[in-house]
Design a protein around this ligand. Sequence first.
Ligand code: NI
Length: 143
Amino acid sequence: MVLVTRKTHFNAAHRLHNPSKSDEWNKATFGKCNHPNWHGHNYIMEVTVAGEPNPDTGFIIDLSDLKKIIEDKIVEPCDHKNLNLDVPFLKGILPSSENLVKAFYQELKEEVEAVCSEGGVLYSVKLYETERNIAEYCPFRKI
Ligand code: NI
């Protein structure tokens, strides 16, 4: 199996707040990330596709196709937006990095796998919220 990764970035605002819990609980749980007037991140995202290269092209996926899908499905709706308010596919989702990578994976899967080499899959989505805080969703890995 071969892996190929496309790296991209976007800027977005969010707030970690669970409306089903009290303000005290939210403040104690999320600290500064619960600040009512939002805060922003320079997100870096890595989308990885796995499979065997197509014998005619040598590609698992044409990276210009992958770039366009990521732009259309994730960057365009999320860049310079508020992830709590502005992004239809994130409606009702608490925008932690963990929840974001799962939502991004679901959003990308169908279109990515439609243009992969035969048997290729969307392998993982990794999100750097900061240089040091990173979440990754990979349904193929088992603990
Ligand atoms: Ni944050």
